[in-house]
Design a protein around this ligand. Sequence first.
Ligand SMILES: CC(=O)N[C@H]1[C@@H](OP(=O)(O)O)O[C@H](CO)[C@@H](O)[C@@H]1O
Ligand SMILES: [Mg+2]
Length: 548
Amino acid sequence: MSLPLESLRAASDKHPKPAHLHFQYGTAGFRTLGSTLDSVTFKVGVIAALRSKKLDGKTIGVMVTASHNPEPDNGVKLVDPRGEMLEASWEGYATTLANTSSTEEFLDALDQFVKTLRIDLSKPSRVVYGRDTRPSGPALVAALEDGLSAIGAEIRDAGVTTTPILHYLVRASNYKGTKDSYGEDSSEGYYEKLSSAFKKLVAGKSALPPLIVDCANGVGAQAVAEFSKILGDKLKLIPVNDDLSTPGALNNACGADFVKTSQKIPPSLTSVLKPGQRACSLDGDADRLIYYYLDERGQFHLLDGDKIAALVAAFIVELVKNAGLEHEIRVGIVQTAYANGGSTKYLSQRLPVKCVATGVKHLHHAAEHYDIGVYFEANGHGTVLFSSDTLKTLAEHQPSTPAQSTALGHLTNLTQLINQTVGDALSDLLLVEVVLAHKSYSGFEWDSLYVDLPNRLVKVAAPRHLFKTEDAERRLVSPPGLQAKIDELVRRYEAGRSFVRPSGTEDVVRVYAEAMVRAQADELAFRVAGLVYDETGGDPSQRPAEFL
Ligand SMILES: CC(=O)N[C@H]1[C@@H](OP(=O)(O)O)O[C@H](CO)[C@@H](O)[C@@H]1O
Ligand SMILES: [Mg+2]
């Protein structure tokens, strides 16, 4: 069987590539200004169908979202059969195909691609897709559908949904009716699976005070509303920034990225959030979660991905021990260089901790090496993975006391509550709430697990292609000599740490620094930023005033 060239040609002619633009499948798929993505999304439709054929007709997912980016941005990414990120080698193929400049070039490249990868075109192809609430979404989905129908894929439109629900649907549809079944293959199935696990986990615990949820004016609002309906009194959620109709509202001065980056509450919460009350923020596609509270003096306290990892890991370790499984099940943590030094110190005194390069796929793969792997990026993206051996151990273990039996039951329910395909703000929110309910913690007690070192993240407009790193991005190997100068600066600061890496999602170089006190962390970050700027030929007349 050969490619349906006529229908592909006709469809491709309707989606010409904008000249002069180069597209790159990066850490978050293709992501840029939504108005430039028509041709890319069309081609992604074709690629998704081919990926499905290559994998014997397994369902592949496509999500149209730009997460926490400003509203005019959009993006498109592929989801592999187990609900995980697209296999790395295909990122390169997707990039090559997306950059073909004419229909003929695209068709030639496709033909070549099918031959090189020996894709059997007679296999079926199945694709499920969804989008977030961005105004550019419907037109991009239409382009995607053009690609899918040109190649004759079997399609399913999941509509406006969160990224983690789309990942769930992919996994659920591929493992339906098997021993690895992941739940009912629908959004209702997702809500039902998580809610029922949550209810079992908090049974008999007194209800926590209501939780304020900043929905970033995005699709997370929809999921919060659904959970509120099912959970009722078990967990009272107070949605704020759940406006899905005002243009420009998405991620604007709200959401997880705003809170983490600016280290303050969204202005819209000023009159809502009372001292001591806990609140959280989702991002625009609801795969990141950040908690926080204000103390009696109105001081802001951030409970970020590192704090979530510490809370959750401690709880799981305790359950494993109480279930009598501490010799069978090894719990480990995966972090990136952005993890706060305070968290790394606290966690490494208790558990194996591994540091990997930025980007969820790196964390996810490293976490798969533990029996139970807890991974979170400091920005609030993360989840917990249970290996198949661990699931088997949990299913077969014979508890010898009622206490062991209770702990085992909790662990089993956690495997249902946690979305193991990808970081999921709503699943993580329920998980955090379970732990807080079990421990009777307020934000204050949770925050007291360890003290965060003051830190600062700075963007530098420098040619990022010049920057190469090693040691999980903690050290620069290029530009030559720069790392030695950074080391020299860092030595002058108590508990100082700083690293520089090229961003994978924005055209900038990122500088991170932390130190014992706030002023020193800021000073170190701005000194390193100045160094990076000057050493890579930054224009002195454009040098940001805060750089030292
Ligand atoms: C410092 C930071 O938060 N970096 C983010 C950001 O990557 P950069 O490569 O730093 O642009 O976007 C990634 C995708 O969402 C996310 O995985 C990562 O943590
Ligand atoms: Mg996101």
